[in-house]
Write a protein that binds this ligand. Structure first.
Ligand code: SF4
Length: 305
């Protein structure tokens, strides 16, 4: 059963340039009554929840939220965090004792890159949080999240090699969203479709070394030629495409299919390229990206096989 995502408020101890919810230290955490209501609603459809924010661990009553969820009958809790508070090993123990069985920690590259993106000196603590979480062996694992953007795209491949040595087994790559504080920096940080495809080509062997990699917000046509086998590496394809659709499953007005999309085997689960990317880089960037590995020919083959 899929887990329900519970938003705990915008309070966060980082100030990331690419934050899609405009979270920060001076932002509010949600009232406990509101969170309780959300958890009760969520448990009607799933016995698992995932806490997000802001940074949920910055909620002044974070541990109470975990206890409340457990008392309400929640069977498993995921937490999406920047990892800073998890540098405290005792805190990680408490989280696990109160039902957390999965954590996702956002680290966007090596120290200087990560600290510049988070606008805090947060790298060392985030890494300690990651190491503590790996050592805790959360039942449903530990995932390292990275947003792929201009500031880190040339550093990620090498950074992942060091993450593998640290024991990271899962990575989750996300595209930058033109929302929240990220909308201010979108023009500067967004990558063209051709650049994203080159990035996947360049790093596909490193990515394959992870047990699992999730992809969120990327076009399936931006994966290298052996995409089907690369994709089989991703157990949760719908999630990899989640932001193409609203919660109700309707294609968003922020995307627009091109003529070639109608010949594409992925068309059913894809709303097409993001309008703002084609506005910045031009439609020819999208077509150039497809040309890189004769995507059209490949699509026809896939369709008929
Ligand atoms: S439907 Fe269009 S945008 Fe989506 S994967 Fe296919 S070619 Fe790419």
């Amino acid at each position: 059963m899929a887990e329900s995502i519970i938003f705990t408020g915008k309070k966060c101890n980082n100030n990331c340039t690419i934050c899609s919810v405009d979270a920060g230290e001076d932002k509010d955490a949600l009232e406990m009554e509101d969170i309780e209501q959300k958890i009760k609603e969520a448990l009607k459809v799933s016995d698992r929840i995932s806490l997000t924010g802001g940074d949920p661990t910055e909620h002044p009553h974070f541990l109470e939220i975990l206890k409340m969820a457990k008392d309400l009958g929640c069977k498993g809790i995921g937490v999406g965090t920047n990892g800073v508070n998890l540098a405290d090993r005792k805190f990680v123990e408490e989280m696990a004792d109160l039902g957390v069985d999965n954590v996702s920690i956002a680290i966007h590259g090596p120290p200087s890159v990560h600290n510049k993106i988070t606008q805090k000196n947060s790298y060392d603590k985030a890494i300690q949080g990651l190491v503590n979480s790996i050592q805790k062996e959360f039942k449903k694992g530990v995932t390292m999240d990275s947003v792929v953007m201009r500031s880190n795209v040339s550093y990620l491949g090498k950074f992942w090699e060091s993450a593998l040595r640290m024991g990271v087994k899962r990575v989750n790559l996300m595209s930058i969203l033109p929302e929240g504080r990220a909308s201010t920096n979108f023009q500067k940080e967004a990558l063209s479709y051709s650049e994203i495809k080159k990035f996947f080509y360049k790093n596909k062997e490193t990515l394959k070394k992870f047990e699992i990699f999730f992809l969120m917000g990327f076009l399936r046509c931006s994966f290298p030629p052996k995409a089907p086998s690369a994709l089989s590496h991703i157990p949760d394809l719908e999630r990899s495409n989640w932001d193409f659709y609203g919660r109700e499953g309707t294609p968003s007005k922020n995307f627009e299919k091109k003529d070639v999309c109608h010949n594409c085997p992925y068309s059913k689960n894809c709303a097409g390229p993001r309008r703002v990317i084609t506005d910045i880089f031009g439609e020819e960037d999208f077509y150039n990206m497809l040309e890189m590995d004769n995507f059209i020919e490949r699509s026809i083959k896939l369709e008929s096989s």
